[in-house]
Design a protein around this ligand. Sequence first.
Ligand code: 5IU
Length: 259
Amino acid sequence: MQVRFSYAERAAYCKNALAKKLFLLMDGKKSNLALSADVTHCEDVLALADKIGPEICILKIHVDILEDFDQTFPLELRKLADKHNFLIFEDRKFADIGNTVKLQYEKGIYHIADWADIINAHSLPGSGIVSGLMEVGLKKQRGLLLLAEMSSANNLFTKDYAMQTLRMAEQFPEFVIGFISQQKLSDDPGWIYMTPGVQLQAGTDVLGQQYVTPEIALVKHQSDIIIVGRGIIKAEDTLAEARKYREAGWKAYNVNCAK
Ligand code: 5IU
């Protein structure tokens, strides 16, 4: 197995300031765990953020599933992100033409660009989607992940699609920080890979979600960050469960690090 750079070493290869910050944050905090806080009320997101915040490098949300969103929510979430030192990821999966995604990112009810450190987008529409998002996000020092693969059964992603997504990212290294994928896609140590569909036991849910273990994601598939939702938020003791994922994730990444 190939020896991997530590997260701290990889920061030097990033052309985006946020990516650098994320690698250093992960190194300092010793966490490669992202929590997917898929709950539908603001106070529940904030409670999870406050409780699990010390264990994670990223809190991922879907702002459009909140039933009681108001403009104070992003401000409260930012306070918790600063308190516990994690980044905020809005899992919006933009998928339209450049001009439209630009509006969706900056305008509407949510003003995502004002508070989300990280967003993601499908590469399917072509590189205009990245250019559009970048017009808004670059000056705010945000970062974009491109979806190269998905965890769900019977998805239409192919190896070639993932490689073309990588090629698209390579055109925008100042704004694209990496990928949502099931595995590492390139030997460039500057890209960050985040893998959803992770639980301590491999398996599936009833709607096609497929789970791999932290070891499969981080050792076998050489990803960098595990994204865990129900594995933690449905547990009786969410903090204890988050600690298990954090330990498993940290141990797994470091299996192949030189130091
Ligand atoms: N998510 C996936 N798979 C993907 C992508 C995103 O599960 O391929 I792209 C999101 C959906 C959900 C979270 O918000 O990651 C996983 O939640 P669970 O750990 O509860 O399955």
